[in-house]
Design a protein around this ligand. Structure first.
Ligand SMILES: [Ca+2]
Ligand SMILES: [Ca+2]
Length: 97
């Protein structure tokens, strides 16, 4: 069963490279990663993509989002920065008063 998961995972990765967006699968599988070559994800070039490598682009995007929220760059998002984020995105802050 584990092998099936691995194979299907790689099938998704390969389909990203070979289908060029023509397959419906691209609508939900990794769409937006902007990756077309396996080597794009295989950052240590050992010929395989570890989960760490697989998630790296997502983590990077999360990190840049985090950095945008962390306006004083202290490595943490405090209440003020969070409220600011909610304001920017049109949400009412719950902490009234
Ligand atoms: Ca690798
Ligand atoms: Ca901060």
């Amino acid at each position: 069963m584990k092998n099936i998961f691995v194979i299907s995972t790689f099938a998704v990765i390969f389909s990203l490279g070979f289908s060029s967006g023509s397959m419906a699968g691209c609508n939900y599988h990794g769409h937006g990663l902007g990756m077309s070559e396996m080597s794009d994800l295989d950052s240590n070039n050992d010929g395989a993509i570890s989960f760490e490598e697989f998630e790296a682009p997502t983590v990077e995007r999360l990190k840049s989002g985090f950095d945008m929220l962390d306006t004083d760059n202290d490595g943490e998002i405090n209440q003020e920065e969070w409220d600011n984020y909610l304001r920017i995105h049109g949400h009412e802050t719950t902490s009234e008063g």
